[in-house]
Design a protein around this ligand. Structure first.
Ligand code: BG6
Length: 477
């Protein structure tokens, strides 16, 4: 037994974290372009526009904008079947509310997609990966404002029409469920362009924005299918499964309730309606959200073709614990505790390959639609040796164990899995911390946390290893 022959091996990145080309092009500022660099313990600051004297790591990323041919040549050499990236909304509509799209931005993605296709690499495209126009956040209040639904759908339509013969695989919003951690500003800002903590009831504000985004996602899916019925359009969920800490029944029920926070999003996007446990919760809290009959119809008509998800770690919850998680960057809940059976990375992310098999089964049992692992990987500090080599056995170990787990899910459990695109295949800026030293790549980029470095690319040991994994279709690990 083996993986399907057309299994989509590849790698993943997102425009704001690697493209660069921010200030010298027609691109407008996105919400990510006003975020400074932080660390695991020092949050990134969201500034009011670009402020003099501050360092914004996403303005250069790893400078793919000027290296894309070289980078795609590396991907082709590794044997990538696909490459997941995003379209920066602000290259197409710099402010978000323009009448007409920007031709320079559209042409850039024509060039990138052409280069990929020339190398037999399928583009897998996320429409919104934490990079909505800053102008929409600042002047319209982000997804709190229903006008932003229409701006997103218009942006999606322009992309679908322009690239309909170049791109088949799409996703609407990256990790739409991150904002469930509404206490930490970074998630609401990057998902919805909103500071939930500015509202009297931040949780309610988060749900209002989330519902508006779910409606926007569904409307975009419908438009996409009308433009090209062959499109495969997915959603994208951050899957951090919650395990009960003990066999105490209260821990079981707590884990189930916590999982509702993940499923709320995928249930709506896959089943086409808001799930009953959420409606009951809204009722209990006395929340009356604006959801028209037309919105309900849109949700029903805009269900996705596949479920894309990221998987980095699992989390464990204990019903006797309740703590503050407003600074957490790792999918923790107020009830999270250390899992004594798993180790963690330098950034505190629990390493749990079996959790990937568990997640694949949990999703497939629930939905029975194709799944796509569009992010997985190991953020670590890599050392480039004097001779240019970089030995990253920890990354190979992490990926090997996760690939073994996904193979079990496919070969033993019968999960329908479309592909696997490890995160940050070329070193890029970390989303949560803005650091460059939190590296995930097979390709090392000479760039430091303070913005120094030559941006020169070189191969890590994991490069040749992953190349062999792809050429053997996952048999040689
Ligand atoms: C996911 C995001 O949350 O995890 C990516 O979709 C992000 O944008 C990735 O980069 C890894 O997180 P980090 O903070 O280590 O870069």
């Amino acid at each position: 037994m083996s993986l399907p022959k057309d299994f989509l091996w590849g790698g993943a990145l997102a425009a704001h974290q690697f493209e660069g080309g921010v200030l010298e092009t027609s691109k407008g500022l996105s919400v990510a372009d006003v975020m400074t660099a932080g660390t695991k313990d020092t949050p990134r600051i969201i500034t009011d526009g670009v402020e003099e004297g501050r360092y914004y790591p996403n303005h250069i990323g790893n400078d793919f904008y000027h290296h894309y041919k070289e980078d795609i040549a590396y991907m082709a050499d590794m044997g990538f079947k696909c490459f997941r990236t995003s379209i920066a909304w602000t290259r197409i509509f710099p402010k978000g509310d323009e009448e007409l799209p920007d031709e320079e931005g559209l042409a850039f993605y024509d060039d990138v997609f052409d280069e990929l296709l020339k190398n037999n690499i399928e583009p897998v495209i996320t429409l919104s990966h934490f990079e909505m126009p800053y102008h929409l956040a600042k002047e319209y209040g982000g997804f709190m404002n229903r006008k932003v639904i229409d701006f997103f759908v218009k942006f999606a339509k322009v992309c679908f029409e322009r690239y309909k013969d170049k791109v088949k695989y799409w996703m609407t919003f990256n990790e739409i469920n991150n904002q469930m951690n509404y206490k930490n500003d970074i998630f609401g800002w990057t998902n919805s362009g909103v500071h939930f903590n500015d509202y009297d009831d931040p949780e309610k504000a988060m749900y209002q924005c989330g519902i508006n985004e779910l409606i926007a996602s569904a409307k975009a899916v419908k438009v996409g299918h009308e433009i090209n019925p062959d499109f495969m359009i997915g959603n994208m969920i951050s899957m951090v499964p919650y395990y009960p800490y003990s066999c105490r029944p209260a821990d079981q029920v707590l884990a189930l309730e916590m999982m509702h926070q993940r499923y709320f999003w995928s249930d709506t996007q896959i089943r086409g309606h808001i799930p009953s446990y959420a409606l009951k919760m809204f009722e209990r809290k006395g929340w009356n959200f604006e959801i028209t009959e037309e919105d309900k119809q849109a949700l029903k008509e805009g269900t996705v073709d596949y479920l894309g998800f990221s998987y980095y770690m699992s989390n464990t919850v204990d019903s006797t614990v309740n703590k503050d998680v407003s600074r957490s960057l790792d999918g923790s809940s107020p009830h999270s505790v250390d899992n004594p059976y798993i180790k963690v990375s330098d950034w505190g992310w629990g390493i749990d390959p079996e959790g990937l098999r568990y997640s694949l089964n949990a999703f497939y049992e629930r939905y029975e639609i194709p799944l796509f692992i569009v992010e997985n990987g190991f953020g670590a500090i890599d050392i480039k040796e004097e001779d240019g080599s970089c030995h990253d056995p920890y990354r190979i170990d992490y990926l090997r164990e996760h690939i073994k787990a996904l193979k079990k899910a496919v070969e033993e459990d019968g999960v329908d899995l479309m592909g696997y695109t490890p995160w940050g295949c070329i070193d890029c800026v970390s989303f949560t911390t803005g650091e460059f030293k939190k590296r995930y790549g097979f390709i090392y980029v000479d760039r430091n946390n303070d913005g120094t470095g030559t941006l020169v690319r070189s191969k890590k040991d994991s490069y040749e290893w992953y190349k062999k994994v792809i050429s053997s279709n996952g048999e040689e690990l």
